[in-house]
Design a protein around this ligand. Sequence first.
Ligand code: CTP
Ligand code: MG
Length: 342
Amino acid sequence: ELDPLPPLTPDFLRVLNRVCEQCYSDFAPDDLENGVRELILQDLESFVRRQFAGARLQLFGSSKNGFGFRQSDLDICMVLEGKETMDDFDCINIIKGLARQLKKHPGLKNILPITTAKVPIVKFYHIRTGLEGDISLYNTLALHNTRLLASYAAIDRRVKILCYIMKVFAKMCDIGDASRGSLSSYAYTLMVLFFLQQRNPPVIPVLQEIYDGKTKPEVLVDGWNVYFFDDLKTLPRHWPQYGKNTETVGELWLGLLRFYTEDFDFREHVVCIRQHARLTTFNKQWTSKYIVIEDPFDLNHNLGAGLSRRSMINFYVTFFVNCTLLSQFFCFFFMFLHFCHQ
Ligand code: CTP
Ligand code: MG
């Protein structure tokens, strides 16, 4: 049995809540910064078109899903007009050609094609803004999961704030860099959404389970059903629990930490945001080394699979130490963060 948390006085909760809200307003980009991202995209598109006529570039990831920081990278997906799909061989060749082309762009540096990854990309650095970015090809499912995340972010502002805190927390504790064997930002976001769906009463619904009529509509992309309910204006009519949860962001954050340290069984449970019923690692036939996080559309994709042993130890230590023993620590941690940022 775990010791109960130290008493959470109203004062403590009030400060915690303020710091959580502050964390969001400190890190969120404003309209101007979002506009700059669009301008960079347009400039790149017209530049790339000189070599690849019919190229179309589109932003996705945190520039579009509502959980972006000022310094978040630019995730860009490129497609060629009139071409539905592309095989791996062509993909790699185009990535190489794209890298050669981008090297001629005076506003960019550090061009690096990465053709061995699951999704081949060209990385670049945009000199004037200091933003990093990468361009991938035909990353269609990512465009859809970006839209899904954006819809969750739009339902309730607490969703946005909590996802921010989680990302800041992961980055500050150095457990948020997928290229170094940790979980990706995307995986942490899914963990927050899952918690908010499982909360009682829930803060957000399972959008993939809401539909009119008897059967779930089917919208196939790369062989997966990417349907979800996106008519948010009518959500209150379709989801009876709308607005029932009135907890503050601070309460929810502590709830999240307790959820992943006390309720969630890392060996048996799956972080799965596409259905409300609990899914187990046994159902999925996925042997989990550490944590299993199912992609909402690509059901064969376990986002926890790339986790290294070292990262997982960091992850556990960070969560358990901070959550169960020193919940007060968080208050100071975020205040510290806040003051550092000023
Ligand atoms: N993505 C994915 N599967 C993964 C990793 C990423 O589909 N295993 C997609 C998601 O759409 C994600 C996007 O790629 O939003 C960008 O990933 P990443 O840059 O890691 O996360 P962001 O959400 O953009 O967060 P950050 O602010 O840290 O860049
Ligand atoms: Mg990103």
